[in-house]
Design a protein around this ligand. Sequence first.
Ligand code: GLC
Length: 542
Amino acid sequence: MMEELWYKNTVIYSLDLETFMDGNNDGTGDFEGLCNRLDYLHALGLDTIWLAPFQPTPNRDNGYDISDFYGVDPRHGSSGDFVDFIHKARKLGIKVIIDLVVNHTSDEHRWFKEARSSKDNHKRNWYVWSDKRPSDWNQGMVFPGVQKATWTLDKKTKSYYFHRFYEFQPDLNTDNPEVREEINRIMGYWLELGIAGFRVDAVPFILESPAMGKKPLPLHFDYLKEMRRFLQWRRGDAVLLGEANVLPAESKKYFGSEGDGIHMMFNFYVNQYTFYALATADTKPLIKALKATKDIAPGSQWAFFLRNHDELDLGRLTEEERQKVFERFGPDKNMQLYNRGIRRRLSPMLGNRQQTELAYSLMFSFPGTPVIRYGDEIGMGDNLALVEREAVRTPMQWSGEKNGGFSRGNNLINPVVEDGYYAYEHVNVDRQRRDQTSLLNWMTALIRIRKECPEIGCGAWEIIDTGLDQILGMRYTWKARSLLIWHNFGEKSTELVVPEKQAGTRRLIDLMNNIESVLDEKGRHTITLEAYGYRWFRAEAE
Ligand code: GLC
């Protein structure tokens, strides 16, 4: 049954059209450019693309401020280009997930313009208003330090509108049945055009009604069920992948019981403890986080990631834990953001190839679906001179040519990284493609291995007790197959002694190196882990 669910063993690649590939050389990436790079993505071995918002937008929040849900921003091409892209992706067996950003619209959306025009306008109740300024008007900002309020005065009608995010992103009122109907129409529209599902933006905020200075109200999980039902009526195998940075106990409510909640959620909790483990070589809190997010309904699935298009949010760690991660990965104030996160890319943060491999091998071995951020497969760097989260949104580095081969234009949407170790002349696809030892080729091999290990996406897992805090051991079983994987977070190489009983087999076959381990005369396996080393073994069935 489990193998029926395509999202259990897919590999997702997240990209933003804007910075991926520019086909018409106007300096902004587009569908034409992306279509020309589909072969690259296919050869990398991934089979799902998560496309960041590409609809018409004033683009004040990287496209997460949509002004028309039913179109393509002209900077990226036309609706015709979108359909071309879907067709070409499908031919290569690549599924496409798009963002569903319905917590809010842009303030330039026609609906908001109508809503703010007068108190009795029909669209008024599509948004959230208050005549008086609520006492919590400057609480609950998602972007503290940059965003000043969550309620802002609209001069024309002299009332306040609610915005969980920036003030140019008024929240839609999802309690209003008309708004829900419209959201269904949006989902239906894109499903009809051939997409495989949605990355649902800001899920907890879609489900909230603002408290207006009172005790917070419970979230409307019933609405999530309603969304799921509608989605599945329209397309049986489409999925919802939720962005909700919530505590483990809370996440169960999003998944619901079998088949009635969200299909997938990003595991922000394990993500933060992964970075804690990478920073301190202490895996105990990571193991706790993995266990805390373990029991979810069989059809539900975690999506694991290292970095995304936002800051690395460390808000779920304790103050002390967070400071340790800051110290190691984002020591300068300029690397930190919103008092809780780090605005850097993975490779510069980790600073060396061994730990980058360790982090990726680990993430691919977590019990769920791996999500790669564009550019991380070649170890791209960031640009801290750019504001806020833009630091990690520089153009993809394809080659050593002008603008890293991203565009032949002159007015780039964001400058390409051109200084230092991560400059496009050194770090680019062309170069790494031809270098057998490159990160790109290593990553391609990792993707292949992950695809050959359905145990990880479909099976059951348990921690293998290694007795060493710096080493994480995990075993996965599914049907008659099983897999044993160890990761060493320490900077020293270590020999692990694994008794037959713990290994569950006499013969362990290394999936990455051409070797195998057989029991010694004392009935034990000895596994060598290099500094920051990782080993993947298939247990030979007895
Ligand atoms: C999500 C997105 C983020 C965006 C916000 C508002 O958190 O990941 O990039 O700014 O929603 O839509």
